[in-house]
Design a binder for this molecule. Structure first.
Ligand code: ZN
Length: 499
């Protein structure tokens, strides 16, 4: 088919520019010197403009129009066309000069945020955040269809079809169920000792153990690599170059351990995508929420289960004896699952984690509705923390400045973390019917579990959205009840039934 081949050539140029951008962004967070940011941001702005130009070219539009609705396309091809058209429409709503300005701002604002965070001073970041929010809003308003809420435009970008209408009941379910479970558990878990999680541990040996974990999970080092960054993340140039980062704090060894498992989960997803899909518009994981479902499944459902550690715990004790040498496996499991209100989202336990997301969701809605000004964010943040988790940050570093996402312009992104947890629980419910998960973990056969995910989720890349994948794998629509039930069963089992 001639049109298809022409379009593929067109796509290749866009893909190459996107790959260069991904590499530069990865480099900025890992290797690049601090002073490079402003200058490299300029390059990123220019490359983004070139990508926008390619995407909006008359030729691309003409070919997409010809291909849309063509009956002879395969399922994969139709999905590529659909994704590409969605991206074209997104970029078409933004004038070229504004898009370049926005890209540069996004690339440099993370540096400004990092400085403000270091100094614990929100006012250093507020003007940049205001600008970021104003531009994001402006673009969303332009993209909104008649009567569509601009915040919904952004939510849909990160998780297709999960707009406020779907998220409001989801979060209100979580708010009532999770806070009541937390209240039940609190008197008992207060007695659980987790002080050893703050013992001093050499960063070098943490690094070695994190590497051991990545290998144990089946991370393919011929098609992937690891690095360090303040805020850990996973990225990929294609399915043969998947990269993830970690951080090593000498007084928090568990942080690097669970970060390795979490980012490893993201990386396995990307490495598991089929070769015929990589480097196409459907060549990555299908959505942020589905990505989080995979990373959180490995980190929490598997990685905080006692069985996962049976084949590994001896190694952990050998490699980090100063922290875990005198701690039994069961004590370790009780400590790394201990539910307790805390200030920092990324270090939160599995139960309270989604409540941190709820706080961000509620604040974003207020920001988009014009009910909250950026300058009032620190106070609004602290008040929400107190309302939902019962604790109050003492400074902005522990509060509103903790996350990089708003600095990157990612508004509407946070809910996908909580959705990921819920997707994971629904998938897990189904997986347990097919596989003896606990036994496999205890026997060190993680590869059987990964093969299941690869077969049912990973290989498809972006050819199906998360709702479709959930339906295909579980035979049921998205159902957050599985998440609530999973948490209740796990946490009462760990902390209440032994009383
Ligand atoms: Zn993640």
């Amino acid at each position: 088919m001639k049109t298809w081949e022409q379009w593929m050539q067109n796509q290749e140029r866009q893909m190459a520019l996107q790959t260069a951008l991904t590499l530069l962004e990865y480099d900025m967070e890992t290797q690049a010197p601090e002073e490079a940011r402003k200058y490299t941001a300029r390059v990123i702005g220019i490359l983004n403009s070139m990508l926008q130009e390619e995407t909006l070219s008359e030729e691309n539009q003409r070919l997409l129009e010809k291909l849309a609705g063509k009956k002879s396309l395969t399922v994969e091809q139709a999905a590529m066309v659909r994704r590409a058209e969605k991206e074209r429409q997104r970029l078409a709503a933004i004038p070229a000069d504004e898009y370049r300005e926005y890209s540069e701002l996004a690339a440099s604002s993370t540096g400004i945020w990092a400085r403000a965070r270091r100094e614990g001073d929100f006012s250093l970041f507020a003007p940049t955040l205001e600008k970021m929010l104003e531009m994001t809003k402006r673009f969303a308003v332009r993209r909104a269809k008649k009567g569509q809420d601009p915040y919904d435009v952004l939510l849909d970008e990160y998780e297709e079809t999960f707009t406020r209408e779907a998220l409001d009941p989801f979060f209100s379910l979580l708010k009532s169920e999770l806070t009541s479970l937390l209240r039940e558990l609190t008197p008992v878990v207060q007695r659980v000792d987790d002080s050893f999680l703050h013992r001093h541990c050499s960063a070098e040996r943490q690094r070695q153990f994190a590497g051991r974990l990545a290998d144990y999970m089946g991370f393919d080092r011929k098609r992937g690599t690891t690095a360090e960054s303040e805020h850990p993340f996973t990225t990929n140039l294609h399915n043969h170059d998947v990269r993830f980062t970690n951080h090593f704090y000498e007084d928090q060894p568990a942080s690097a351990i669970f970060t390795a498992i979490h980012e490893g989960g993201h990386a396995l997803y990307e490495q598991g995508i089929r070769d015929d899909l990589t480097q196409t518009p459907v060549g990555g994981g299908t959505s942020c929420g589905m990505h989080e479902s995979q990373s959180r499944f490995y980190e929490n459902v598997l990685g905080r289960d006692e069985n996962f550690w049976k084949p590994l715990y001896g190694d952990l004790q050998d490699m980090l004896p100063e922290a875990f040498g005198d701690v039994s496996l069961h004590e370790f499991i009780l400590a790394v699952n201990k539910p307790q209100p805390s200030l920092i989202r990324t270090e939160a336990d599995e139960l309270t984690y989604s409540l941190h997301i709820l706080i961000r969701y509620e604040l974003e809605k207020q920001l988009f509705d014009g009910d909250l000004e950026v300058r009032d964010l620190p106070e609004a943040w602290n008040a929400k923390m107190e309302e939902v988790l019962g604790i109050r940050p003492e400074n902005d570093r522990e509060g509103v400045l903790q996350d990089i996402h708003w600095a990157q312009g990612s508004f509407g992104y946070f809910p996908s973390y909580a959705l990921g947890n819920a997707f994971a629980a629904q998938l897990y419910h189904q997986m347990r019917k097919a596989l003896p998960v606990e036994e496999l973990l205890a026997q060190g056969k993680l590869s059987v579990i990964t093969a299941y995910l690869r077969e049912h989720i990973h290989q498809y890349g972006g050819t199906r959205n998360s709702r479709q994948l959930l339906c295909e794998v579980t035979g049921e629509e998205f159902n957050p009840r599985y998440y609530v039930e999973y948490l209740r069963e796990k946490f009462t089992g760990l902390y209440l039934s032994r009383e």
